[in-house]
Design a protein around this ligand. Structure first.
Ligand code: ARG
Length: 564
């Protein structure tokens, strides 16, 4: 039963069409303090049409309302406060969660529509830094949120595997590199060569010409250059996959930029046909004055394609392959202007999905207050941070629960979970500073806290070891902590929808924290496992919490061990 819809209807029935049911629904709040009701409707939006003071409007509406289905409805200031019938509501909510299990909160709003998500997308021959963590875990969570809302997400790792930098890398490798080193430690050594190139070319600018020629050969498909490039690419992907495995994240495709090389000529043809290309100092650009944007450079004067040329080809390919309902790009906010240009060019081309292209940006990440710059040579590697987190989790488990079976597996789940959760709990546009010790605390706003709450619920259920026999004849849960927890459970489907509309995994993370907190307060106040007539209802509550916490964590890409 959707109680928010019930509240919506009660308001709709006493209005004369001043607000639509959707408008009402979206304005309903869940007051923090239960004294203000379980749901509340602010009447401010009606002040203009009624020409009355808000508190007058509130009490007029309440006097007209049929309030019998509620425990109580009252006008308070500019608010109408609804108090739900606790017994009916509680048994409804718990029954629904128990019956639906992990599908609780699922909806079919997305109608099965395909949604390619451009995510992670590191550059080959470079390490995956903490910077790529954000795109990877936000993208993965957005994909899970989309599935939960009935879409079909396609996780596409748009690897940066093409561009003039590969001319430089090949030149550098031939001058200073060797096969054994690359085999032993591919990414670090390739980075070393590349950094050396940038040092040397200051004194020897002819290196740049050489790199340009080498890239041209690569573009023309010259065998030797192709072989080196393919090798760099495959050792890089192998190294990336180890990290993705650690994170528990899988991709549907790895079509990097190079995949679109043979699709570039068509892009130029399309742009020409539509009369969109303009020559500017020998280069080809698309003018975007209409959008208040700078021209997009499509072809350099030497005929070389660019990042955006490949992205146009990518968008066309995705249109034809998936007929996407939406096209998502989870890429840092430093590329916001770029994605505006890309969208504008695609609009000009008339690509159907262009209107539903969404750049999903996110803020910067620092670790212990330090930037993650690659230029200076200091890089904070994601892999190292994950290993540190796993080790720290292991240490804590040794202290707290030395007898735990499969400690290593749980340490992995907790360590990695702490990193993912520590990222996702923040509004994605916020800059975040990552302090590992803080993310791994078992108390406070952390992944381990939510995991621990879930494990605590599971341990209660294990101890009771009985089948929950929950039905309407159960004695009601009448303590305020149980009531708060049940209301939070009921909010889950709404949060799932809103997180999808906003492409905002933090809404799920914050929700999980809230539910865990409610549950811990409940647990601190009630003895769950006492044999009395309330036992079934209490177990039903514990089980429901366990289900929804686990499902929230799953959506975020975090595992929920049963014991920790
Ligand atoms: N490889 C790029 C980087 O590391 C991100 C690519 C984003 N995706 C895209 N379709 N442009 O900055």
């Amino acid at each position: 039963m959707d109680y928010k819809a019930q509240v919506t209807n009660s308001i709709l029935n006493v209005l004369d069409g001043q607000l639509t049911s959707l408008q009402i629904y979206e304005k309903i709040e869940h007051p923090k303090d239960s004294k203000m009701g379980d749901m509340a409707f602010p009447v401010f939006a009606l002040a203009k049409t009624f020409h009355k003071a808000p508190n007058q409007i509130a009490s007029d509406l309440v006097s007209k309302m049929d309030t019998t289905i509620f425990e109580k409805v009252e006008a308070k200031g500019a608010y109408i406060n609804f108090f739900l019938d606790k017994k009916a509501y509680s048994s409804d909510v718990l029954n629904q969660v128990l019956q639906e299990g992990s599908t609780f909160g699922q909806n079919d709003e997305g109608n099965g529509g395909n949604v390619p998500i451009d995510m992670s997308s590191p550059n080959i021959a470079k390490p995956i830094s903490m910077g790529h963590l954000r795109s990877t875990v936000i993208g993965n969570a957005v994909a899970n949120i989309l599935s939960k809302n009935g879409y079909h997400p396609i996780k596409d790792n748009h690897l940066g595997d093409w561009g003039t930098q590969f001319g430089k890398l090949i030149v550098a490798y031939r001058k200073w590199g060797n096969e054994e080193d690359v085999k032993k430690d591919p990414i670090n050594n390739l980075v070393k060569y590349y950094v050396k190139f940038h040092k040397e070319d200051k004194q020897h600018p002819e290196l740049d010409d050489e790199a340009r020629e080498t890239f041209k050969k690569l573009e023309d498909g010259n065998q030797d250059e192709m072989d080196l490039w393919k090798w760099f690419r495959s050792v890089s992907i192998a190294a990336f996959k180890k990290i993705y495995d650690k994170l528990g994240i899988k991709f549907d495709t790895y079509n990097g930029e190079a995949f679109y090389n043979d699709k570039m000529a068509e892009v130029i043809d399309i742009l020409k046909d539509k009369g969109l290309l303009t020559e500017s100092q020998g280069a080809q650009v698309v003018m975007l004055d209409k959008y208040n944007l700078n021209p997009a450079l499509i072809l350099k004067s030497d005929g070389a394609s660019l990042y955006i040329t490949r992205d146009i080809a990518t968008a066309i390919y995705r249109e034809r392959t998936y007929h996407p309902a939406m096209n998502l790009y989870v890429v840092g906010s430093e590329q916001t202007y770029y994605f505006k240009q890309l969208k504008a060019v695609l609009m000009e081309i008339g690509l159907p999905s262009a209107a539903n292209l969404h750049h999903i940006p996110f803020g910067l990440i620092t670790v212990n207050g330090k930037k993650l710059s690659t230029r200076s040579g200091r890089i904070i590697l994601l892999d190292a941070v994950l290993n540190d987190a796993i080790n720290l989790a292991k240490k804590q488990i040794e202290e707290k629960n030395p007898d735990l079976a499969n400690k290593d597996q749980v340490a992995h789940q907790v360590g990695v979970g702490a990193i993912i959760f520590g990222d996702l709990k923040n509004d994605r546009m916020n800059n975040i500073d990552f302090v590992l010790e803080d993310q791994l605390k078992f108390e406070g706003e952390t992944g381990p806290y939510v995991q621990y709450s879930h494990a605590r619920a599971e341990s209660i259920l294990r101890k009771s070891a009985k089948k929950i026999n929950f039905n309407s004849s159960n004695k009601e849960l009448d303590d305020p902590q149980a009531w708060e927890t049940i209301k939070t459970l009921h909010e889950f489907p709404e949060i799932v929808k809103s997180a999808c509309q906003d492409f905002e995994p933090s809404e799920i993370a914050k929700y999980a924290l809230r539910l865990a907190k409610d549950f811990n307060q409940y647990y601190a106040h009630s003895k769950v496992l006492v044999e009395d007539e309330g036992l079934n209802a209490r177990l039903a509550l514990v089980k429901s919490v366990s289900i929804v916490l686990k499902e929230s964590l799953r959506i975020l890409g975090v595992q929920a061990p049963d014991e920790m």
